[in-house]
Design a protein around this ligand. Structure first.
Ligand SMILES: Nc1ncnc2c1ncn2[C@@H]1O[C@H](COP(=O)(O)OP(=O)(O)OP(=O)(O)O)[C@@H](O)[C@H]1O
Length: 440
């Protein structure tokens, strides 16, 4: 049964009272009305009434769920409830990540007849490529961004898990920028770079005379992050002796400077990151279980680049701008683009950036060709190049095609320095990981 015309007109005029952009759709995705805020900001004055929402917002010809994205309308039809998702939408400001909230409207018999859709851009985020420096539009990336947008406004501890170079620090920063803490500091701590003896004083500060060489009182990183976000990178490298102190900080919001009995208050949100399987470390007794649970309240998995499809070329375009550093910006030839699209990137986005930086230096003209790319890396896996078989651009490489760290190390013919650069790791991190592999 349909809602009568008078009720529909009331609903439409009700939407006009909202300052945020709203549209009204039927169950068949058709837009029945758009309020002034939507008309003013969201589309370039084109008529949207009568068109399908997926066509206007995504330029799709099929509903989002048939295009590999989650469709709030379908979800709400199934759940019967309000649904929220994050989508990448076309707007008058270009492509933009938006929080979408879809509320069902029922008729007198209780059947869903319409949907009211509210659209809100992520705070601070404008067009694609400007979401705190994070580039991507693949389903795996958008799914991850949806979790980022959901957790950012809260104070929950977030644990970012993902291979090296997947953008964990960028994501941690995005969480900070999208939170109410954005005006306060974001302090990143590289836990692998701190020797155990200095860890506690770096984190919590120390009093004058607390240990030999402590000639002045020093504030720690926890205090420096006050009101903001403390990002603990390479969490698995925190010594056990410090883990207990970190747990106290998280549970009671207090800490002591080294050499001081005074309990100090800290007001920080903690986001941490690891590429190591922390649950294994917990079962081996190398990481405290209570601390793991406390930090892992909201886990977010960062997809490896090889699972992000066309994001590779999207990223390549932006990274080429960044690495060309004032020089003439090089273009990718078709065969270079196909190779880049098919390569498996054990070092993820950092490796892609390194490959492009090297290619720009090797390339004399303005076009990057296969000879400027490290094609020998993929040859170990017999990946096709443009000259044999279908171009890699047309295929996706599932996980089984990716090389493990050990395999890359085994197959790599160059120096340790070249290997570190190829993997997108610092030499120090490479040695640390080699040590872990040898120790197994
Ligand atoms: N989605 C993205 N868009 C743009 N640049 C990205 C993206 N992801 C990663 N990068 C770039 O890749 C490089 C590596 O990113 P980042 O340092 O955040 O990775 P990481 O996962 O923290 O790595 P590690 O585990 O080695 O510390 C940086 O130069 C970063 O700017």
């Amino acid at each position: 049964m349909a809602v009568d015309q008078a009720s529909l007109a009331e609903l439409v005029s009700f939407l006009e009272t909202f300052p945020e952009p709203h549209i009204l759709c039927d169950r068949d995705y058709r837009i029945l009305a758009a309020n002034a805020a939507y008309r003013a900001n969201w589309v370039d004055q084109i008529e949207v009434v009568g068109r399908k929402c997926f066509e206007v917002s995504h330029r799709y010809t099929v509903p989002c769920d048939q295009a590999g994205e989650s469709c709030p309308l379908q979800r709400s039809l199934q759940s019967g409830r309000r649904e929220r998702v994050l989508h990448l939408h076309y707007t008058s400001r270009g492509e933009s990540f938006e929080n979408i909230e879809l509320s069902p409207i029922r008729d007198a018999s209780g059947a869903i007849v319409y949907y009211v859709e509210k659209l809100e851009p992520l705070p601070g985020a404008s067009s694609l490529g400007d979401v705190q420096g994070l580039i991507g539009r693949s389903p795996a990336f958008v799914k991850m961004m949806e979790l980022v947008a959901r957790v950012a406004p809260s104070d929950a501890s977030v644990l970012l898990q993902g291979e090296s170079g997947t953008g964990k620090e960028l994501v941690a920063n995005a969480i900070h920028q999208l939170s109410r803490r954005a005006k306060h500091p974001f302090v990143a701590v590289d836990c692998s770079g701190l020797p155990e003896t200095l860890f506690e004083s770096a984190l919590f500060g120390h009093e004058r005379g607390a240990f030999t060489g402590a000639t002045t009182r020093t504030t720690g990183l926890v205090e420096a992050a006050s009101g903001g976000t403390l990002f603990l990178d390479e969490l698995g490298d925190i010594p056990l002796s410090i883990q207990v102190k970190l747990l106290r900080l998280l549970e009671t919001g207090t800490y002591r400077r080294v050499g001081s009995p005074e309990l100090r208050k800290a007001e920080v949100r903690v986001v941490s990151a690891t590429h190591r399987p922390l649950t294994d470390m917990v079962s081996e007794g190398l990481f405290r279980q209570d601390l793991f649970y406390r930090l892992n309240i909201f886990p977010i998995h960062l997809p490896p680049l090889r699972q992000r499809g066309h994001d590779v070329l999207l990223l390549a375009e932006t990274l080429l701008d960044r690495v060309s550093g004032g020089r003439l910006r090089s273009r990718l030839s078709a065969e270079a683009a196909a190779w880049l699209r098919g390569y498996h990137y054990p070092g993820n986005v950092r490796e892609l950036r390194n490959i492009l930086e090297r290619a720009c230096l090797l390339c004399d003209g303005d076009e990057i060709h296969l000879q400027h790319l490290p094609v020998e890396l993929a040859a170990a896996r017999s990946l096709p190049t443009s000259s044999d078989g279908p171009p890699p651009a047309t295929r996706d490489f599932p996980d089984s095609h990716s090389l493990s760290f050990e395999e890359v190390v085994r197959d790599f013919k160059g120096s340790r320095k070249a290997l570190a650069s190829h993997l997108g790791l610092s030499e120090r991190t490479l040695y640390r990981r080699l040590k872990t592999v040898d120790g197994q």
